[in-house]
Design a protein around this ligand. Structure first.
Ligand code: C2E
Ligand code: MG
Ligand code: MG
Length: 725
């Protein structure tokens, strides 16, 4: 059954096709066997197209017979039984028709397959998308004999694709206009695949053109970038990374980067968000600097020094390389500050830190840890030569005059040195060691340095042990009191006594007060110790009163630390009250130094004691700086001339001084006691110059209570015997 190409309204209008169609129509040589079993062919086609979801048509040119499968008719939305190729062309959407016509024509000319997508308009007006493919078969002479093809409704795929494109567009525009930089990179070759608008601006700031850039060019901090890349490749996502870059104007730029692996244009790429956190980093840095540096000089402060020490110790433990800690005290600073004013003092401190910095390496640390105290951590120095050379250099440098505001100031410094790992310990202990060495340096004279050594180390450990044991001692019964009698200078009879604390250490035996009193004062334990002594002494006085034994007044030593704590009155009156002892039975000894330090608080307490009838004795008189006005203000009743004058009376100067002290004391109506009398000559001399009482090993060493009682009892017997006679 032949079908002719459409006569009117021919949609395939090429002359060539018309000519060929004519030719084929008259060509009886065409093998028509292929149409022999049309029914079979139709059935096969229908089955195939149902399964593949498309419809087919074919047009035998020799017979001009056209057939379109029911599926193809369904795609076009037309009734089955269409018998013309033009019906297909008529269904093409009017806007696409011309283009499709051209394409089909082109394919027919070239005899190649065509494959195109276009819209159709169904009879009911519905527009749908189809994919149309076709093929022209030729005979042996190369003439077209069969034109066949398929149409497939692709509306769903096209719409899905369109939707996908639309959503990609939306995504793109979101990312494009994101207020933070986004870059997409390909981890395999580290190229930049995409940069959004903000990223372009960022790269501009960095002076790096986006189009020529690979990621390593962008990330100056390669190590961090590699870590980020590795995390992305292994986990598909990354932690927050912070990178430091530099803008083209030299200012720093801190980026916080978070990454994620996404599928970008069909391949796995890293999607990186870059946040500018420079402001936050700078604020953090500012806070860190404030917390770790000295505001005046800009060098490290104490906190930073301790953390640097901690770090230096850990490095030294790993590397076996030592470091030195130098503590440095300006020798004359206080005077400059007081006489020239604080602003000169401040400038001097700044200049000091500049001089120190100029002598040290960048790996070293300079810190200001107090008013005029500096500390240095000097790394990579050997203990003996390196450190001493450096210490001397510092001393020389600071000994040079300081020119400030047109004035010249001379200061100089002393240095104490601890060296790790020779001096083991934590930062605090190292500081203590260097501090002790500094004290030793000052003792040796200004402008010296001293290294913490074996001897100091031994002293420190011994002191630490004693401190620990003393804490136990004041709580237990290891402390007790001995009494040293005082004798009337003329009669040489015992007339009073001084209570002296003793410590019976469980292992070391008797420890001298010369050793434990300073420790007790430094640690504040002397307050507890003072209470123990007061309790013991006042309870003994009560006992002697009960026994009817006249021992005369008994003095106790009161530490300036105890007075400074402000609880002496409470403790003294508390003890007197507890044992019901009158105040006049007790005396207190205070040293000259008490009068100099914390004058107000000490003098008011001493006055209250004196007002209550307690005699005040100025101990070790002549060794301090006490003036006559002090003696008056402190309501002193007695002076105890220091042992150093007594033991040297053979020397003319000491004798003159002793004489002077006695005469001043006498003129102030004070009783005079000579301490530390060891020889008859001393006793006679002190008596001759007018001392009222003598105390010393010549007449009696400090003795325990029974011996003291025995001494006083036998004196009472002698007095009684004399009275009887
Ligand atoms: P101090 O108050 O000047 O006591 C006199 C010191 O001289 C006592 O030493 C005594 O044993 C010693 N002494 C007495 N006569 C002689 C002598 O002829 N030759 C020599 N070489 N020394 C003599 P001690 O008991 O070792 O006490 C030393 C210092 O410890 C005392 O000096 C006092 O300042 C302090 N101290 C002792 N007991 C106490 C106490 O209970 N409380 C306080 N706060 N300090 C105390
Ligand atoms: Mg004393
Ligand atoms: Mg004394």
């Amino acid at each position: 059954m032949g079908r002719r190409l459409p006569r009117r309204k021919k949609l395939i209008k090429t002359a060539a096709l018309r000519a060929r169609a004519r030719t084929v129509t008259h060509d009886q040589t065409v093998d028509e066997s292929i149409f022999d079993d049309v029914a079979f062919a139709k059935a096969g086609l229908e089955l195939a197209e149902r399964q593949a979801g498309y419809g087919a048509w074919f047009w035998s040119l020799p017979t001009n017979s056209f057939y379109m499968t029911p599926n193809a008719c369904a795609v076009l939305g037309v009734e089955e039984g269409i018998s013309e190729f033009d019906s297909i062309m008529a269904a093409i959407h009017e806007d696409d028709r011309e283009e499709v016509t051209n394409k089909v024509r082109l394919h027919l000319d070239s005899r190649e397959n065509y494959d195109l997508a276009c819209r159709i308009r169904r009879p009911d007006g519905e527009v749908r998308w189809i994919r149309a493919r076709g093929h022209v078969s030729t005979d042996a002479a190369g003439e077209p004999v069969m034109f066949a093809g398929s149409i497939e409704d692709t509306t769903y795929q096209v719409e899905t694709l369109n939707e996908l494109q639309r959503s990609e567009m939306r995504f793109r525009s979101l990312i494009d206009s994101a207020p933070f930089p986004v870059v997409i990179t390909r981890p395999s070759d580290k190229t930049l695949r995409y940069v959004n608008q903000r990223a372009v601006e960022l790269l501009d700031e960095l002076g790096k053109p986006a189009d020529t850039l690979s990621v390593p060019d962008l990330m100056a901090d390669k190590a961090t970038y590699e870590k980020l890349r590795e995390q992305l490749l292994t986990k598909g996502t990354s932690d927050n990374f912070e990178l430091a870059l530099r803008r083209s104007d030299g200012t720093p730029l801190w980026l916080l980067i978070k990454g994620l692996i996404i599928d970008y244009e069909g391949e796995p790429c890293a999607y990186l968000i870059l946040l500018d956190v420079t402001e936050r980093r700078e604020l953090e840095q500012q806070l860190r600097t404030q917390a770790t540096s000295d505001p005046l000089t800009g060098v490290a402060n104490r906190t930073e020094l301790l953390s640097q020490l901690e770090f230096a110790i850990s490095v030294s433990n790993r590397t076996d390389e030592g470091f030195a800690l130098l503590l440095l005290d300006l020798d004359n600073f206080k005077m400059v500050n007081d006489t020239r004013g604080h602003s000169v003092g401040d400038k001097l401190l700044v200049e000091t830190s500049n001089r120190l910095n100029s002598l040290l390496r960048t790996t070293d640390t300079v810190a200001r840890i107090g008013g005029d105290e500096f500390a240095i951590i000097a790394r990579h120095l050997d203990k003996t030569r390196g450190v001493t050379v450096l210490a001397q250099k510092i001393i020389d440098s600071l000994a040079a005059p300081f020119e400030i505001d047109g004035l010249t100031a001379n200061v100089g410094c002393s240095i104490g040195i601890a060296h790790y790992p020779w001096d083991k310990g934590d930062p605090e202990l190292l500081m203590q060691h260097a501090d002790l060495a500094l004290y030793r340096a000052k003792d040796e004279g200004r402008g010296c340095f001293h290294m913490f050594d074996e001897e100091l180390s031994h002293a420190v450990h011994e002191r630490m042990d004693l401190e620990r044991d003393l804490r136990v001692a004041v709580e237990t019964d290891q402390l007790f009191v001995m009494y040293q009698p005082r004798f009337d200078a003329e009669t040489r009879e015992p007339v009073a006594g001084e209570a002296l604390a003793r410590w019976k250490h469980p292992e070391k035996g008797l420890v001298s007060p010369g050793i434990f009193i300073p420790i007790a004062e430094e640690t504040g334990l002397v307050i507890d110790l003072g209470r123990v002594v007061l309790d013991q002494v006042v309870s003994d006085i009560a006992r002697w009163r009960e026994l009817g034994l006249d021992v005369g007044p008994m003095s106790v030593n009161i530490s300036p630390v105890h007075l400074a704590a402000g609880c002496v009155l409470e403790d003294v009156f508390g003890a007197l009250k507890k044992y019901n002892v009158p105040a006049k039975c007790l005396q207190v000894e205070v040293t000259e130094s008490t009068m100099i330090t914390d004058e107000e608080s000490a003098s008011s307490q001493i006055k209250a004691l004196a007002d209550a009838g307690i005699h005040i004795l100025i101990d070790d008189f002549g060794t301090g700086y006490s003036s006559l006005s002090y003696l008056h203000r402190f309501h002193a009743h007695e002076l105890k001339i220091d042992r150093s004058f007594v033991s040297n009376v053979a020397e003319a100067t000491s004798a003159i001084l002793a004489r002077q002290i006695v005469s001043i004391g006498k003129s102030l109506d004070l009783k005079i006691v000579a301490e530390g009398v060891e020889t008859d000559a001393q006793a006679d001399f002190m008596t001759a110059i007018g001392c009222d009482e003598l105390q010393g090993f010549l007449l009696s060493k400090p003795i325990e209570r029974p011996a003291f009682e025995e001494l006083m009892r036998s004196k009472a017997e002698r007095v009684a015997a004399v009275a009887k006679a």
